[in-house]
Design a binder for this molecule. Sequence first.
Ligand SMILES: Nc1ncnc2c1ncn2[C@@H]1O[C@H](COP(=O)(O)OP(=O)(O)O)[C@@H](O)[C@H]1O
Ligand SMILES: [Mg+2]
Length: 375
Amino acid sequence: MTTAPLTDLYRLEDTIDTYALGHYARVVAAGDRRANKTVAFKVMRSEHVTHDGDMKWEFKAFYNEAALLQRLAASPSLVRMHDCGYIESSTELPVNGQIASFGTDVDEFTDAAARFAAQGWRPYLALDILPRHNNLLYVMKPNQPGTRWRLPTEEGIALAMQFAQFLQVAHQNGVVYLDHKLEHVYWDGARLHVIDLNSSRALNGAAADAQQFKADIHNFCVGILYPVFTGISAITGGLRATPSSMAEVEARYKDILVLDFGVEPSLSPAVQQMIQRGAAMEYDTADDLIAELNKTASLHGWDTPHGENTPACRAARDQVRQGLKKLRQGQESIREARDILRDALIIDDITPDIEDELRRVLLAVNAMLNARVIP
Ligand SMILES: Nc1ncnc2c1ncn2[C@@H]1O[C@H](COP(=O)(O)OP(=O)(O)O)[C@@H](O)[C@H]1O
Ligand SMILES: [Mg+2]
């Protein structure tokens, strides 16, 4: 353990959670001075601090999360943890005071919990920082009524495969993820990253675990696959952040056994069926889901263990992937252009002539972005 002034180890920057606040934590970008890189500094909310030495559930969730992050580190889709510990600072966003850093020694971090709780310190985790523009809630949330985006089927299938493999690793290690929602999913078009194991749980190896694995797959299909392929939430219709405590996480998707794909009739029937079977609790294990995904994927030109594709389908899929890549690059350029034009608009003392023209172009650029193909 290293004890030091907080600002000796971390240079705290801006909050990065404002569009999707969590129940347990505040998250800020921070320069890690020892590793010389930027990390996501996830610290327990100050309202969960107790002054009677009691450790609230929210406090324990941090060492639970640290242990699970380590246990599942073999999954390439899980965010990496670099450091964990406690800070003294009691303001909502940490500024100063002391820090006790345990690095990746989760056992020591856990053993020290009661001692630091008694002093009113707060737990933190330092994680790989993931770009906001890859957060699925951030990119898919409509900014005006009537808009809705969904992932292209090729990308949605790739995401589903990687997520199912992550669940496979989790379940093999006796862990259920549970908190399935878009704000916990980062996708760059090719690679998945999952965050937040605060609500996840290590099971005790009993026969009843099977039911929980099954429920975890159900939650994934309802809570993530459905909005990814339709652009709407199975519960609320629209998409918005849903900060939740333990009990809420478990109850959230429980009663949703039938999904309505009416908003997205263009979605391949095989994909609809693959997700609906998850909602109907027809998959016992992640392997079952992967088997069904393979069948679905082969209809979209993938070579899967389910079967080889025809050269025509394989070639078409290849073109799809190239086209999607170009679309992503194009959309990225349009966003960059919009930001440059926006910045020009706030320059002092420009003529009304320039200002009017900038507004006209920006309006058209925003319309283009609202009609984008990929979220
Ligand atoms: N590693 C990270 N990189 C970038 N942003 C993050 C990271 N971890 C969390 N966030 C942001 O902070 C929000 C809250 O974090 P989360 O881990 O979900 O906290 P809680 O346990 O309180 O739900 C997330 O929805 C996300 O927007
Ligand atoms: Mg969360």
